[in-house]
Write a protein that binds this ligand. Structure first.
Ligand code: PLP
Length: 461
């Protein structure tokens, strides 16, 4: 095939580039929206249109776009040493320093770090290490995994079966027989109104599932502290601690997936901190490098690490590796991003601007299309309903999510538009109060615009 330099990039994209989690035919019909540059909270598209990014890319650019010190850190590391393998006992300074920093900053007991390229392979690595661990300690029957409905744990061959979203299972022959799910603690759609009762029910559902599978057969329970891709489902405070305690009691490993919630997204550096929870394994990505370069990690407790170490003969390798594990450029970026969060004041700014975020959420809850607003820190959702009293959802035939996203874009704001008519919000932590107010003003205008459309107005109860 000959390359045609003058062909529209959108046509070339349509012909050759496969986009993540899209309908192939749907994308061909719609075409791509190409972005050109970013600065702080703002993106500029190929047509020069400026947009406020209320989703930090894909809930990852927590420090905002255009942080020069990160660019410098990457360039400096590329000049000095662009690659160092972690194989054959090699390593490099930034990777070792970043591992030390993560152990220092993460919940107590997570003493060992394996670096990946993103979140999916962090989850995949966690599953592999857990399987290895149980074989190594002489409990080979412990192979069943439990996660939450509406959970997202990436799209690796194994992790996507712990994910519980229909698109990730359909035609992929998932979940596997060893992958199980219990209901999501979804307060807005629960028949229980009491937080303690919601927590108690989740604990009971986990115990029931473990009893059904046999405690001696269950390896681990995976969860997100706040379910992101499932629609930003915020469990009651105390839920994470209760699930940790239940896993200890049940003698199964507790794995917390902080790929979204990590690095200040909910206020503290890790959501686990808020409830004093220390998991057996923790997965990280996104905010680790703030999306500037790819990197993820799985942190292992000393118990899991030592179990694997003691179970293998010293001359045998633990056969898990990736060419780019602990990539020095990603690690150099990670170190600078961590500096910006802490010494650079970005975590503190995020906590401060979260008050404006909260106020914006409270105000928008009054809109006739809004059934629920929920969130923690700078992670939130606005759930739209046809009827506030009954919580009835809009008819899917109205195609609200596509119309919502398009209207928002026209109004100069980007947010996540989930299939259940849920708006997902995860603005960068560097936002000013004024920018946060402007995000909500634009979302408000977007909802007003939708409400002016006859079919949507007619659908409101
Ligand atoms: N785990 C969670 C909780 C996520 O939200 C994601 C991505 O959104 C992943 C894992 C997968 O991460 P990645 O897309 O970097 O592979």
């Amino acid at each position: 095939m000959t390359l045609t330099p003058n062909r529209s990039l959108i046509d070339v994209d349509r012909d050759h580039l496969i986009h993540p989690v899209t309908s192939f035919r749907g994308h061909e019909a719609r075409g791509a929206t190409l972005l050109q540059s970013g600065k702080g909270m703002w993106l500029t598209d190929m047509d020069g249109k400026e947009l406020l990014d209320a989703f930090a890319g894909l809930w990852c650019v927590n420090v905002g776009y255009g942080q020069e010190s990160i660019v410098e850190a990457a360039a400096e590391q590329m000049r000095r040493l662009p690659y160092a393998t972690g194989y054959f006992h090699f390593g490099s300074e930034p990777t070792v320093r970043l591992a030390e920093k993560l152990v220092d900053l993460s919940p107590q007991g997570l003493d060992h770090v394996y670096f990946t390229l993103g979140g999916s392979d962090a989850v995949d690595s966690a599953i592999r290490y857990i399987v290895h661990y149980h074989n190594a300690i002489g409990r080979p029957d412990k192979k069943q995994f439990i996660a939450l409905e509406r959970g997202y744990h990436g799209s690796s061959t194994t992790g996507s079966g712990l994910t519980a979203l229909a698109n990730f299972h359909r035609n992929f022959d998932l979940p596997r027989p060893w992958q199980h799910h219990i209901p999501s603690p979804y307060p807005y759609r629960s028949d229980l109104s009491d937080d303690a009762a919601i927590i108690a029910r989740s604990v009971q559902q986990l115990k029931d599932k473990v009893a059904e599978l046999g405690a001696d057969n269950v390896a681990a329970f995976f969860c997100e502290p706040i379910q992101g891709s499932g629609g930003v489902i915020v469990p009651p405070t105390g839920w994470l601690r209760a699930m940790r305690d239940a896993c200890t009691e049940l003698d199964i490993l507790f794995v917390v997936d902080e790929v979204i919630t990590g690095f200040g997204r909910t206020g503290p550096l890790f959501a686990c901190e808020e409830e004093g929870v220390s998991p057996d394994l923790m997965t990280l990505a996104k905010g680790l490098t703030s999306g500037y370069v790819p990197m993820g990690a799985v942190l292992l407790s000393d118990k899991v690490y030592q179990g694997i170490a003691d179970g293998a003969a010293p001359e045998l390798a633990i056969g898990h590796g990736m060419t780019y594990s602990g990539h020095p450029v990603s690690a150099a970026v990670g170190l600078e991003v961590l500096r910006l969060y802490t010494d650079g004041g970005i975590l503190a700014n995020g906590r401060s601007v979260a008050r404006r975020f909260d106020a914006g959420m409270k105000a928008i809850a009054q809109h006739p299309m809004v059934g629920d607003t929920r969130g923690r820190g700078l992670l939130g959702a606005i759930e739209l309903v046809a009827d506030k009293a009954t919580k009835e959802r809009f008819d899917p035939a109205l195609k609200i999510p596509d119309r919502l996203f398009a209207r928002g874009y026209r109004n100069g704001v980007i947010f996540r538009s989930f299939p259940d008519n849920i708006i997902g919000l995860a603005p960068a932590l560097c936002a000013s109060d004024g920018e946060m107010d402007e995000i909500f003003a634009r979302i408000h205008r977007t909802l007003d615009d939708l409400l002016e459309e006859a079919d949507i107005r007619a659908a409101i109860g």
